[in-house]
Ligand binder design. Structure first.
Ligand code: KG4
Ligand code: ZN
Length: 355
């Protein structure tokens, strides 16, 4: 029987059975190779993340070719381990989900190829997942959040405000016009020689610094815009450091880290508040790697409380890249029968609306 027919039959059979839905999810869009098994979109049965951070540290950032190769080396083991930890075999599953966009194209290909191969071999439905939807749906696991909600997604590659409607439809309300928030953290950390990844390093250095020591400029965006911009801030920090170096003055790393972190966080919080007022949403989901930032977590809570907005912030392990969040995002798609076929291919760019 052909794959398509096989899968259609299995899907109909599983849907009729009323049994729990177990999805094996795979994530390889950047520098983590991850696999997880998620039950009914919110219960993590197993989750394995193989991080390449140590590999990329020596280069001060992610090197795409190195990332692809590292994914190839570990993907089989990571998937096997996720199945083993769940004490499950492929035939116990209802579907395979995979991040197919956006991200590093070579890295994405590794996950997509693995997922398609497994789906074909085991006759399992395949679901293509948008990486940012994964970040948002991490909150379904940790807080049981369901749409509608507003999401602030802040990662190494993205800074977006997204409105998710009850039926799962997504509208992007704002985005960064230049650097992503995490990217800005990483670049400034590199300039301060704090290492990679930059976010945690800046947060640590900022603990001993004064956030009002330097007044770095705010982005100049049109009144009411929900977009972000971090390149001006980044340039002014760099310029400040250059001037100090040239004049032979010491560089107060802790103060720069604290002032920079505070400027980024205030910009994020300000736009989130504006979007909440405009949309009258009652739930805010904070997602993506930068959501691990302690100051951001605290400031978002402070702003949302008086507005009566419930804040959902996943725990740290769900904020950084993982496959459990991909399984959670795949679940509503599975229920709606939005399955991919074997022509699914990796895409470096894809808007959430087009997903
Ligand atoms: O979501 P993620 O794991 O990967 C992408 O999809 O980009 O996000 C990684 C980003 C990196 O830029 C990293 O520096 C940042 O998240 N990050 C942080 C913190 N932890 C990770 N940024 C600020 N504060 C943190 N504590
Ligand atoms: Zn991510």
């Amino acid at each position: 029987m052909r794959y398509d027919e096989l899968v259609r039959e299995k899907y109909a059979r599983d849907a009729k059975s009323g049994n729990p839905v177990h999805i094996l999810a795979i994530e390889s869009s950047c520098d983590e190779t991850a696999a997880a098994i998620v039950k009914d979109g919110k219960q993590v049965v197993s989750s394995v993340v193989a991080s390449q951070i140590a590999t990329h540290q020596q280069f001060g950032g992610v090197v795409p070719e190195v990332a692809s190769r590292a994914h190839v080396e570990v993907i089989t083991r990571v998937v096997d381990q996720a199945l083993q930890e769940a004490k499950m075999k492929l035939h116990d599953l209802q579907a395979i989900a995979v991040t197919y966009a956006p991200g590093l194209i070579g890295a994405l290909f590794v996950g997509v190829t693995a997922a398609k191969t497994l789906a074909q071999v085991a006759g399992l439905p395949l679901i293509g997942v948008h990486h940012l939807a994964g970040h948002m749906y991490a909150s379904a696991i940790s807080e049981g959040v369901e749409p509608p909600f507003l999401a602030l997604i802040v990662s190494g590659g993205h800074t977006e405000l997204v409105q998710v409607e009850k039926d799962g439809t997504m509208h992007r309300l704002g985005k960064t016009r230049d650097d992503a928030a995490g990217e800005a953290f990483d670049k400034i950390a590199r300039a301060l020689e704090l290492g990679y990844p930059g976010g945690p390093a800046i947060q640590k250095a900022a603990l001993h610094g004064d956030p009002s020591a330097m007044e770095f400029p705010r982005a100049k965006l049109p009144e009411g815009s929900l977009d972000f911009s971090f390149s001006g801030l980044k340039s002014s920090v760099m310029l400040y450091m250059d001037r100090r170096k040239k004049s032979g003055d010491p560089i107060a790393v802790e103060n720069i880290a604290a002032s920079f972190q505070s400027a980024v966080v205030e910009a994020l919080v300000e736009k989130a508040e504006l979007a909440l007022r405009e949309t009258s949403m009652h739930t805010l989901v904070l997602a993506g790697g930068v959501a691990a930032n302690a100051l951001l977590r605290r400031r978002i809570q402070e702003v949302c409380e008086p507005l009566g907005v419930q804040v959902a912030i996943p725990p740290l392990w769900l904020c950084t890249d993982n496959a459990a969040m991909i399984g959670a995002a795949a679940y509503p798609r599975y229920l709606r029968g939005k399955l991919a076929d074997l022509s699914l291919t990796a895409l470096a760019n894809l808007s959430l609306e087009a997903w």
